[in-house]
Structures are given as structure tokens and as C-alpha cells.
Design a protein around this ligand. Structure first.
Ligand code: DGL
Length: 282
């Protein structure tokens, strides 16, 4: 069974894609709605909340947990993988983040390659990265893309309130204003030029992709993070198939630290077939 963790509903954009791609796998999802949003929290808080979420998923039987959250990945993944997991008493378990597959897709370069590869060193696109405050201030996208494609121009923009507004089902006009502000922030950095490509580097943002689409130039390609993460997981599971082992094929269980009925209703607004959430506390 594979675990997926997010601060709230955003990781469902990834899970939805994984369910389509792996119909025979079993998934358990945990949304930490009691503590969402993570994007403006301190690093220590994000590490601790993510650790708790990962451990809860391990206890539910997941051997592999994918952080379906850029903020948790940018801030906590490395610390949990390198410092916590080796001594945590969960042998044979693993944690994956979602920044690596996104950088691989953006740079067309494998994660293991940390130098420019021909012809990538000639990639001179302008790429925009949208994310939460913590993801953007971590600098992880700039750092990892620049290593592989030093001539690519990377501009990034934090949206402190967008993930929270999506989570709270804010009115469309409010969401539109926040997206417009984020895109304007990018364009202000490029001297009025729209980016060639955009990474929606927060798993909540695909839920308002239509608004990003409306504010970005028609020529700007939006990289689909759920798709590239699914593709990358497929590759990973080909190499390590035991992580997809499960007792019941096709099972999808959704857990929340918040109010299960309320969260189920919110999830069904954008994923009508979503199974009902249960309380992670029971
Ligand atoms: N969906 C998350 C992300 O990808 C986090 C949003 C938040 O909790 O602030 O960054």
C-alpha cells in the first residue's frame, strides 16, 4: 500500500492521477486539515507535522509515503529521509518527495545528474515557479533547476494566501484576484515578458489551473505536476515493485485530521468520485 500525505486537499490532485495510473495499487491518503495551511509555518513545525503524518501512514500499513505537498517536500523531505527515518524503527519503509520529478520534467534531466547535459545547457526558456511562501523561500526549485540548466531563467512567486483560500473554498473572484496577483508578480520580474513555462509548485494550485491559464499567456505551457509525479512513481515502482504490494487491489482510503464529513463534501466539488474521508484519529 502506498501512502500520500498533504497538509489538506491539494495532494488529492496527485492521488487522483495515481489512481488512474495504478488501478491495481492500494492507496491511503492523509490530509492534515487540522493544521492546514503549512505554507507560512516555521520549518520546524512543517518537519514535525510531516513526520507525524508520515508515521500515521506507516502505522496504517503504507511502506512508501509520497509527500503530495511541495511545502513538506521542500522543507521536510530531506531531514526526514536522512535524519529521522534511519533511526525511526521503520525498516523497509521509505519517503519520496515531489520536487525531484518536477525538476526532472522541467529540465529533461534525471535527478541523479546534477550538471548540465547536452543539449540542456542550451535551454534558455524562462520558467515561472508558483508556490507557497515556504516552498519559494526554500529556493529548492531555483537551486535544482539551475544546476541542470544554468542558462534557463527561473522566476518565482510566493502566494501566501492562495492554498488557504482554495482549502476554504473562497469565492471564485477572490481566487482569481490571488492568481492574478501571483502572475503579475512574475511578469514584474521579467520586465513584462510572460514565461515560456510554468510550474504550479503547490498541489493545491491545479485546482485553480483554469485561473492560471486565464492570466498566463496562451503560449505559456503549464507543467502538470500530478502527471509527472505519476510518471516518476511508475518508474520507481518498476525498480522497487514491493512498495506497491497490497492485500486488496484498488483500495483507496482517505483520512483527515479534520472533520471527515466536511472534508468529503469539499473534495467532491472537484473529484466527484472521491471516496468518503474517515477521521485519522479513529
Ligand atoms: N499543497 C501544499 C503544497 O504543495 C501545501 C499548501 C499549504 O498547506 O500551504 O505546497
Amino acid at each position: 500500500m502506498i501512502g500520500i500525505f498533504d497538509s489538506g486537499l491539494g495532494g488529492l490532485t496527485v492521488l487522483r492521477e495515481l489512481v488512474l495510473r495504478f488501478p491495481d495499487a492500494s492507496f491511503v491518503y492523509l490530509g492534515d486539515h487540522a493544521n492546514v495551511p503549512y505554507g507560512n509555518r516555521s520549518s520546524d513545525e512543517i518537519v514535525e507535522l510531516t513526520r507525524r503524518g508520515v508515521e500515521a501512514l506507516f502505522k496504517r500499513g503504507a511502506k512508501l509515503v509520497l509527500l503530495g505537498c511541495n511545502t513538506a517536500t521542500a522543507v521536510a523531505a530531506r531531514r526526514l529521509q536522512r535524519v529521522w527515518l534511519p533511526d525511526a524503527g521503520w525498516p523497509g519503509h521509505n519517503i519520496l518527495g515531489i520536487v525531484a520529478p518536477t525538476v526532472e520534467a522541467a529540465t529533461q534531466t534525471p535527478w541523479s545528474v546534477t550538471k548540465p547535459l547536452y543539449p540542456q545547457k542550451y535551454m534558455t526558456d524562462t520558467i515561472a515557479v508558483f508556490g507557497t511562501t515556504r516552498t519559494i523561500t526554500s529556493g529548492v526549485y531555483i537551486e535544482e533547476i539551475r544546476k541542470r540548466c544554468p542558462r534557463m531563467r527561473i522566476v518565482q512567486q510566493a502566494s501566501a494566501n492562495l492554498a488557504g483560500a482554495i482549502e476554504d473554498e473562497a469565492p471564485e473572484s477572490e481566487l482569481d484576484a490571488l492568481v492574478a496577483e501571483a502572475v503579475a508578480g512574475i511578469v514584474a520580474q521579467t520586465g513584462g515578458v510572460q514565461p515560456h513555462r510554468a510550474i504550479l509548485g503547490c498541489t493545491h494550485f491545479p485546482l485553480v489551473e483554469h485561473l492560471f491559464r486565464a492570466h498566463l499567456a496562451p503560449s505559456t505551457r503549464i507543467l502538470s505536476q500530478p502527471e509527472v509525479v505519476a510518471y516518476s512513481l511508475e518508474d520507481y515502482l518498476e525498480r522497487k515493485p514491493h512498495y506497491a504490494d497490497c492485500d486488496v487491489a484498488g483500495l483507496v482510503a482517505l483520512l483527515t485530521t479534520g472533520d471527515a464529513d466536511e472534508i468529503s463534501a469539499r473534495a467532491r466539488v472537484f473529484w466527484p468520485d472521491a471516496p468518503a474521508f474517515s477521521s485519522a484519529r479513529s
